[in-house]
Design a protein around this ligand. Structure first.
Ligand code: ADE
Ligand code: ZN
Length: 340
């Protein structure tokens, strides 16, 4: 590993854009299929991995929802979460804010309770045994209707003290944020923070809607905001955090070439960009793979990578005391590395 790759790998960091269902590795998928006596339409781990070739978001979503079918019990969700946290801890992640898609499971007859309690048990164990703190973000599937989102929010009520925020994911184009304005209003009244995927494949207008109609506290992806100079300025001035996912962008053809990824431009424009893995089991890597993928282009130096890591805490839903503590550990790490 180069010195810069080594530096980046050891940087203390938070992960703010991670779909827990997207951390289901093929090996674990086969293991859960065996445990739950479910047939999966692939003969081997290699054959399954070979199917992970996508030319747009929907190609991925089709296989991702199919893969989630092996998740059936509280233990499955616990094991899924813990497997992610082990990998995250190995990547110097000390805090993670993870998405889950309850409708993917409740629509298959898996009770909300099974999903939430399993994930929360894994999160508690990760904090106790690995020292990784976490928050849970409930995502509504935007290809479904607003009534279904309201039903999901109602089902979540007993867990609201353990859910930090609501989010919006799945097929973006054709499902603008405006479709979910009322349910996001309700979530806000219930004291939940709000985030949304916008500007991944959808136009800058969807980012405007996420800001103006959903009142988001954080923007997931946001790449296409760069097409609108006034919007970019607004995001920069307001200190909005963007949870950017480089390897996801490459795999889903949001960017043509990783060396052409706009993250450096985002930083120079004053955007609070962060680096995240999105669906690491499907997109070729966890958070450090995403940070390291940005090195070969040669446009980011160690200070830029430290900024990206700082942004991950500044954009987190941690309280100010915890954020300051994490920023202090980054400062100490940078000082110890004696970077020029
Ligand atoms: N669900 C899981 N990953 C997603 C992504 N990158 N965009 C939209 N929905 C998703
Ligand atoms: Zn995502």
């Amino acid at each position: 590993m180069t010195d810069l790759a080594h530096f980046v790998s050891g940087l203390p960091k938070a992960e703010l854009h991670l779909h827990i269902e997207g951390s289901l590795e093929p090996e674990q998928m086969f293991e859960l299929a065996r445990r739950n006596r479910i047939a999966i339409p692939f003969a081997s781990v290699e054959e399954l991995r070979g199917a992970y070739s996508f030319s747009r978001l929907q190609d991925f979503l089709d296989i991702y929802y199919q893969g989630a079918d092996v998740l059936r019990t509280e233990e499955d969700f616990h094991d899924l979460a813990l497997a992610y946290f082990r990998r995250a801890a190995a990547d110097s992640v000390v805090h993670a804010e993870i998405f889950f898609d309850p409708q993917t499971h409740t629509d298959r007859g898996i009770p909300f309770q099974v999903v939430a309690d399993g994930l929360l048990a894994g999160m508690l164990e990760a904090e106790r045994d690995l020292g990784v703190t976490s928050r849970l973000i409930l995502c509504f599937l935007r290809h479904l209707d607003e009534d279904a989102a309201f039903e999901t929010l109602a089902a979540a009520e007993p867990w609201l003290d353990r859910i930090a925020a609501v989010g919006l994911d799945s097929s973006e184009v054709g499902h603008p944020p405006s479709k979910f304005r009322r349910v996001f209003d309700r979530a806000g009244e219930m004291g939940l923070l709000r985030v949304a995927h916008a500007g991944e494949e959808g136009p800058p207008a969807y980012v405007h809607e996420a800001l103006d109609l959903l009142h988001i506290d954080r923007l997931d992806h946001g790449n296409r905001a760069l097409e609108d100079a006034a919007l970019t300025t607004r995001l920069a001035r307001s200190g909005m955090t963007l949870t950017v996912c480089p390897l996801s962008n490459l795999k889903l053809c949001v960017v043509e070439d990783i060396d052409a990824h706009p993250i450096e431009r985002m930083l120079r424009l004053g955007l609070r960009a962060t680096v995240n893995s999105d669906d690491p089991a499907y997109f070729g890597g966890y958070v450090n793979d995403n940070y390291r993928a940005l090195i070969p282009a040669g446009r980011l130096d160690a200070h830029d990578f430290a900024t990206l890591a700082r942004n991950s805490f500044l954009g987190s839903f941690l309280d100010d005391v915890a954020v300051t503590r994490h920023l202090d550990t980054i400062d100490a790490y940078v000082a110890a590395a004696a970077i020029a």
